[in-house]
Design a protein around this ligand. Structure first.
Ligand SMILES: Cc1ncc(C[n+]2csc(CCOP(=O)(O)OP(=O)(O)O)c2C)c(N)n1
Length: 334
């Protein structure tokens, strides 16, 4: 059965600049999201947005300082967190939401849906929930055939894990020892259905992986340093040709499934507990301050710098023009 990943981590095992970087990246993701929601309220961005607030540590912990541009990531609707951690410029992500030519789609818009940045290993959102399970086998198998040490990281929710392609993917990745790291962001809900209502496995999703010969574990996804440790080990295994790893990162979403969801199916006390006591940014900040790795002022400066960066990115995205009408025909082959 899957182990609960635990490790004594000393802050002194990390360079101070890296600890601040983890904090900065998490704040960047949170502020990106908060400003995007503001733009929606101002009527500048339309559509259906799935906020990633509350799980920033899963992405920063698994990407920052670990994955390289040539490593691939796959995600569904809640993937802005991962794109930002992978280094896609904020102005380009905002551009895709605002529909200007600054976006990665150069004006096709549609938010996260068609956005991609292959130069950073971001091949685009896997629209159908769970479609990444098939695609990741392809990129990982291709890396293996080409003899590179590229790693493919497959993010998915617990809801996606109730779909059958997960099992085909685990079978092939396990059989061919493919360089895949599966990271399940288990926030307990698929829209409003609970984990218990949609899975036959009773204890941990990670238990399934053992049936396919894949080592797996359950980890507190809201602890950015635990995420760093567990993912570093998994990526190392993948690079050495030792095959896939399955990590179930336990987390929670602070907001509803999408902006506009009343979120009344979640117990208020549970939600408050996650917000107050298990918020990944608050807890990491507390750890840094208690261990005197920095002062309150140092972190306020980081917050301000990020705020400035976000405003600058929005300005670039907003000031870019809308596409010319013929943009719609580029890349159209049939
Ligand atoms: C095949 C398929 N079924 C249903 C949907 C509609 N849908 C979009 S998100 C979602 C819930 C996904 O839950 P989970 O994977 O746990 O991710 P979370 O939203 O909790 O981050 C569903 C059912 C879809 N996009 N694709």
């Amino acid at each position: 059965m899957a182990e609960i990943y635990q490790k004594e981590i000393k802050l002194s095992d990390y360079r101070k600049e890296d600890l601040i970087k983890f904090y900065r990246e998490m704040v960047k993701i949170r502020k990106f999201d908060e400003h995007l929601i503001r733009l929606m309220h101002e009527g500048k961005v339309s559509g259906f947005y799935h906020s990633g607030i509350g799980s920033e540590s899963v992405s920063v912990g698994s990407i920052t300082n670990i994955l390289r541009d040539e490593d691939y990531i796959f995600y569904n609707h809640r993937g802005c967190n991962q794109k930002i951690a992978k280094g896609v410029p904020l102005s380009k992500i905002y551009g895709d939401f605002l529909g200007t030519v600054e976006g990665t789609t150069r004006g096709l818009g549609a938010g996260i849906v068609h956005s991609a940045d292959p130069s950073r290993g971001v091949l685009g959102q896997c629209g159908t929930i769970g479609s990444q399970f098939n695609i990741v086998v392809g990129t990982a198998y291709s890396a293996k055939l080409r003899g590179t040490d590229q790693v493919s990281v497959c993010y998915f929710g617990d809801g996606a894990a109730s779909r059958e392609p997960l099992h085909g993917s685990l079978n092939w990745a396990g059989l061919y020892k493919l360089p895949v790291v599966y990271i399940c962001e288990n926030n307990g809900y698929a829209i409003s259905s609970t984990f218990e209502e949609t899975h036959s496995v009773r204890e941990h999703l990670a238990d399934w992986a053992w049936g396919y010969g894949i080592p797996s574990c359950v980890v507190d996804g809201n602890d950015v340093l635990l995420m760093q440790e567990v993912v570093k080990e998994a990526v190392e295994r993948a690079k050495l040709g030792e095959g896939p790893t399955f990590i179930e990162a336990q987390t929670f979403r602070h907001r509803g499934h999408f902006e506009g969801d009343a979120y009344d199916y979640v117990d208020k006390a549970v939600l408050n507990d996650w917000k107050e006591n298990r918020d990944p940014i608050k807890s990491f900040k507390k750890k840094l301050l208690e261990n005197q790795y920095c002062t309150e002022n140092d972190l306020l400066n980081v917050d301000e710098e990020v705020e400035y960066e976000i405003h600058a990115a929005i300005k670039v995205a907003e000031n870019a023009p809308l596409p010319e009408p013929n943009r719609i025909f580029e890349g159209l082959y049939a």
